[in-house]
Design a protein. Sequence first.
Length: 307
Amino acid sequence: MSGGPAKGRPRGGRPASVRPVRFGPRSVTALALVSVVGLLGICWPLFADASSAVTTHAADAPWLFAALLPLLIAVVVATIADSGMDAKAVAMLGVLAAVGAALRPLGAGTAGLEPMFFLMVLSGRVLGPGFGFVLGSVTMFASALLTGGVGPWMPTQMLAMGWFTMGAGLLPGATALRGRAELAMLSAYGFVAAFAYGTVTNLYGWVTLGGGAGGDGSGGIFFVPGAPAHENLVRFLAFLVATSLGWDLGRAALTVVLTLTVGGTLLRALRRATRRANFEAQVTFEGPEGAPPGEAPHRTQVTYEPE
């Protein structure tokens, strides 16, 4: 094929297909490592006996945060190494994180109405699970600095938002599913994942709030160190219903509404920006038609992987 440089179209004249960032073995390893460290940091009091000082769980937040930072950097490096992306991808990551951080305060304190969640769903869908995880974590970190929400809960929020955004990148039909079917799938995911996010972040608060066993030894809805797992599970479910169900429902409902109303437009904008950033571009050099054999190629063409 010869002629001028292709503008956003692969060979054959079809519109360029924008795929999520490839998820290679190094990305999987880095994400698995950071997830395991995060889960251990959040859940270890559930396996502690009654004599453990679980009330000091908040004191380990700086250590968890210090462990997360190099692992998050490792996820970025591994994703870049697996996909061959350049600084343009990191720049786009920074822009999306800044927008997400600016969106969070718009609904803070109002029945869980947090518009940043729908942006994370759509961004994770376009960028893929590896960069989606990093985007979610960095966005939550930036928003905490912006709103003054820095505290022992921040590492847990970073992890939960990273998993939330990564999940959108793992949904099926990344290249084939489009239109209303894709928006319906993303809306359903956003609704369910909004409750999952609330569950993870509330787990941290539940084990640190404590409350201990009451006079009857029941402990009410609070965590009781050393109690059987099934009893603490019942307490935790009661704690969620009593403290965060309404908040999580507001977050989930707003995510669905925004995804269905403006999701299509934003998905197209994100994919267009990704394509123009040449995240998956392949540069080839071709000589002109009719050139004698052996002539050095001097025409540059950018092509994209077909579906």
